[in-house]
Design a binder for this molecule. Sequence first.
Ligand code: NDP
Length: 289
Amino acid sequence: MTNTVTVMGLGLMGTALAEAFLKNGHATTVWNRSAHKADALVAKGATRADTAGDAIAAGPLVVLCLSVNENVREVLTAAGDTLAGRVIVNLTNGTPRQARELAELVTARGGEYVDGGIMAVPPMISQPEALILYSGSRRAFDTYEHQLGSLGTAQYVGTDPGLAALYDLGLLSAMYGMFAGYYQAIALLRTEGVKASESTPMVHSWVTAMMAGLPRQAEHIDSGDYLTDVSSLTNNAAGFPNLIEASREQGVSPELLIPFQALLDRAVAEGHGADGLARLVELLSTGAR
Ligand code: NDP
C-alpha cells in the first residue's frame, strides 16, 4: 500500500516528478486540471484520476506541484474530508507563512502535511544532484522517505512546516544574486564584442574563487566580529561607483547595481567602514525598508 503515490499538477516539474516515481516502480496516480497533460504519463503506466477528489482518494501519499500555493489551497479546500488519513507533500514554491497555513488546513481535516522546496530543474529530477528539502510532519516524512527518495536527495530540515520554504527561498536568493551579477558582467563585456561563450569561463572561475571565502564570512557573521584584514567596506563603497559609471558609459543599465551601492554607503555612514562586506548581513537584518 505504501508503494503507491498520487501526483497532482503535471506541469514541467510535476510531470518530471511523476516520471521519477514511475521509473522507480511506484504505482502512480496522476491528476491535472487540464486533463490532456496526463496522457503521456498514462501511456507510461500511470493511472489517471478524473477529479482532484479521486486523486486524493487514490492512496495515502499525495504530492502536489502547482504554480502557486493559492492553487494548492483551492484544490485542498475543495477536497474536504478526503484529506483525512492522507499525507500531503506540497512541492509548490511558496513562502513559510503559506506553508504553515496549508499545514493547518490539512491537519484540521485529519491529514498530515509536509512542505517541500525543490532545488533542481526538471531534467535533474531523480538524480542525486536534485536536492529536495522537506519540513513538517516528521512521522510522515520518515514513513515516505523511500518514495520521496525517488525524486532526488531528500533532506528533512525540521518540524516547522515553513522551514523548507525558508531554506528554498534563501538558496534561491543566493542563486538570483549570482545570476544578476553574471548578467551584468556579460552585458558589460559584450559592449566591446566579447562573446558570452568567451567570457563565461573567466566569470565562472572568478565566482568559484570568491565562493571559497564564504566559510570565513560565515565565521564573521556567527561571531558578530566583522573587522576585516581583507577588504574594508570603506574601500568597497569607494570603488563600487566605478561599476555604475562604467556601465552607464558603455550603455548598460546599472539598475541591478544601484541598490548594492546604497547598502554599502549606508554601512559606511553608520560607522562600519573598517568592517568587511559580511557586515551587510546585519544591515539587511534590521527589517523591511
Ligand atoms: P508549470 O507552469 O509547468 O505547471 C503549473 C501547474 O500548475 C500545471 O499543472 C497547472 O495546471 C497547475 N495549475 C495552475 N493553476 C492551477 C489551478 N488554479 N488549479 C489547479 N492546477 C493549477 O510550472 P512548473 O511545473 O514548472 O512549476 C510548478 C511548481 O514547481 C512551481 O511552484 C515552481 O515554482 C516549482 N518549481 C519549478 C521548477 C522548474 O524548474 N520548473 C524548479 C523548482 C520548483 P494546467 O496544466 O491545467 O495549467
